[in-house]
Design a protein around this ligand. Structure first.
Ligand code: GUN
Length: 302
């Protein structure tokens, strides 16, 4: 029997519906909406389409949304000053600077300039330090790992004591998700192995995974024979492998050989329509959380 599909598109709908209710409660209690600013520098087509989707989603939830587009020529100092103005703006609870930034701007300096209490992307070192400590120290979860954890929990995948193998050690996916799933608590408590380009016997590690999370950026890296029968497979890869001559749109492929894997796995995420839609839903969830914290006076608490 083919694996059950974990649809990010469907789960996103349910999560946004839940958030709509929370936005209504925030408005009722404080007379204000969650405020999100999305800062886009330049006109990179992929970034423009990501930001447009984020803005549309925020608007559909009734957020106070500012789309702040700046020219490619903006200086680093100007961008830092802009971020500082949003750090001080009481109507803004979340600040997102779309990446990548132009080469003349130091991305790290920019991300570190965002007030950690408004870091709804979850990229600031303080946010990641809090994540490592876990429990009540956690402020915002980085969006893609948060989306993966939600997919696992909402699909009924058992994580308690499960063997989780994470392929890829990026700062935005592999490292944080491996920490999150190894934490003590519900939706975690897993035994996590993080594998990467220097790992010996990659296939053997994958074969023992009850939950296999692949975020390597290599199309078709994980072969059908590497999957344990009945495993849950989360494919984070979004690789542009060509252009559809009829639509002119990019053809996307994940990091897993999907057709083969679907015959072996118990549950699997598609690409597109899997992890991607969850990332934006988690950005909205973080912004709602931030609004509660700021409006309720808890944002500056440790
Ligand atoms: N560029 C690609 N993905 C992301 C993301 O999740 N956040 C930001 N800020 N930039 C991105």
């Amino acid at each position: 029997m083919p694996a059950e599909l974990i649809s990010g598109t469907e789960l996103r709908k349910a999560i946004l519906e839940e958030l709509r209710g929370e936005v209504a409660r925030i408005k009722e209690k404080y007379g204000k909406a969650p405020g999100l600013v999305t800062i886009l520098v330049g006109e990179n087509p992929a970034s423009v389409s990501y930001v447009t989707l984020k803005v549309k989603t925020a608007e559909s939830l009734g957020f106070h949304e500012i789309q702040d587009n700046r020219p490619e020529s903006i200086s680093e100092e100007e961008l830092l000053a802009l971020i500082d103005s949003y750090n001080k703006d009481p109507d803004i609870h979340g600040i997102l600077v779309q990446l990548p930034l132009p080469k003349h701007i130091n991305e790290t300096r920019v991300l570190y300039a965002i007030d950690p209490d408004k870091d709804v992307d979850g990229f600031h070192p303080l946010t990641l330090g809090r994540l490592l400590i876990g429990g009540r120290a956690v402020r915002f979860l980085p969006c893609t790992p948060a989306g993966i954890q939600e997919m696992l929990v909402r699909s009924g995948t058992n994580l308690d004591g499960a063997e989780v193998v994470v392929v890829g050690r990026s700062n935005i996916v592999g490292k944080p998700i491996s920490v999150m799933l190894g934490q003590k608590g519900p939706g975690a408590n897993a035994t996590v192995t993080l594998v990467h380009t220097h790992t010996k016997n990659l296939a053997d590690h994958c074969r023992r995974a009850d939950v296999l999370i692949v975020a390597a950026g290599v199309p078709g890296l994980v072969k059908t024979e590497w999957i344990k029968p009945g495993a849950t497979v989360i494919d984070v890869g979004v690789n542009r492998i060509g252009i559809n001559p009829e639509t002119g749109k990019a053809i996307l492929s994940g990091d897993v050989d999907f057709a083969g894997a679907r015959e072996i796995a118990g549950k699997i995420t598609p690409v597109p329509g899997g992890v991607g839609p969850m990332t934006i839903a988690m950005l909205m969830k973080n912004t709602v959380r931030s609004a509660w914290l700021h409006l309720g006076g808890g944002a500056s608490e440790a």
